[in-house]
Design a protein around this ligand. Structure first.
Ligand code: NAD
Length: 248
């Protein structure tokens, strides 16, 4: 891990545009379990696909019940050392943005401006009407749920209210995808951090960077399918590896 960190520091130093690309592993030290590790968020309950959410009121109620259960984890979580290190790279102008698969809002909380956090899978800290796009707070949905024992519908148009996340089967956010692609093509160092790199199309970005001539670093405690094409692989704890990069 020590030599990995030294090598990483040199690569960051010599790069002109660094693009951090993060997954659930950067947030585990903040108390938010990742996707696939034992005890992970969805090892108990398989995620509810988008088609099932829109097809039945029972599923919408179930989705919201599960969301309320994890509210304490997401609501109280604070950015970790990894988030703070990437915010430092942003602040000194090394990284123009952070591309993330996470939905926990922790890059924004660490000081990266909202406009420069490119969320590929949305955000679970608020909700949107699927029909008109009206925004709702989770706390409001919870209050309504407690009164009626059902998830509320949009007060403007009657549409379904869903967390602002991208479920399996739901369309990817086009603007975020385009922006992530442009950033990937612009960087000369791509840092894939805390992602198992198995969820597509997000997992395509590291290879796109590589094919475009950027150097690729993978920082993850487990191997990934892309390790053999990476210029540097660090199998270690993200917080420990990135802590020295925190400058504020
Ligand atoms: P993943 O769970 O598939 O992979 C996370 C990887 O991080 C694993 O390979 C794990 O070994 C590694 N990891 C965990 N803690 C680590 C640590 N401290 N140091 C080093 N490595 C560590 O996550 P993914 O690739 O992001 O895909 C899961 C999908 O589920 C995402 O697309 C996301 O939308 C969603 N999700 C989000 C959150 C969140 O917002 N924090 C949490 C769980 C799942």
């Amino acid at each position: 891990a020590e030599t990995g960190r030294k090598h990483l520091a040199e690569m960051i130093e010599s790069a002109s545009v660094v693009l951090p690309f993060t997954g659930a592993g950067i947030s585990t030290e903040c108390g938010i379990p990742d996707f696939r590790s034992p005890g992970g968020l969805w090892t108990k309950n398989a995620p509810i696909p988008f088609g099932e959410f829109v097809a039945s009121r029972e599923m919408r109620d179930e989705a919201w019940r599960r969301r309320f259960v994890i509210e304490e984890q997401f609501g109280a979580a604070q950015p970790g050392r990894g988030h703070r290190a990437l915010a430092s790279l942003y602040r000194i102008g090394k990284a123009p943005a952070v591309v993330t698969q996470n939905i926990d809002n922790l890059h924004q909380a660490s000081g990266v401006p909202e406009d420069d956090v490119v969320e590929l899978h949305g955000n679970t800290t608020y909700a949107l009407c699927l029909s008109c796009g009206r925004r709702y707070e989770v706390a409001w949905v919870k209050e309504r749920f407690e009164v009626t024992d059902h998830a509320p519908d949009c007060t403007s148009c009657g549409g379904y209210i869903k967390t602002a996340t991208v479920s399996f089967g739901q369309a990817m956010p086009e603007a975020a995808m385009r922006r992530a692609e442009a950033l990937t093509l612009r960087c000369d160092l791509f840092l894939a951090i805390g992602s198992s790199l198995v969820v597509w199309p997000a997992a395509g970005f590291p290879m796109l960077a590589k094919r475009n001539g950027a150097r690729l670093v993978i920082l993850n405690r487990e191997p990934t399918e892309f390790d053999e094409v990476a210029d540097l692989v660090v199998h270690a704890d993200i917080g420990n590896v990135l802590a020295p990069f925190v400058t504020h």
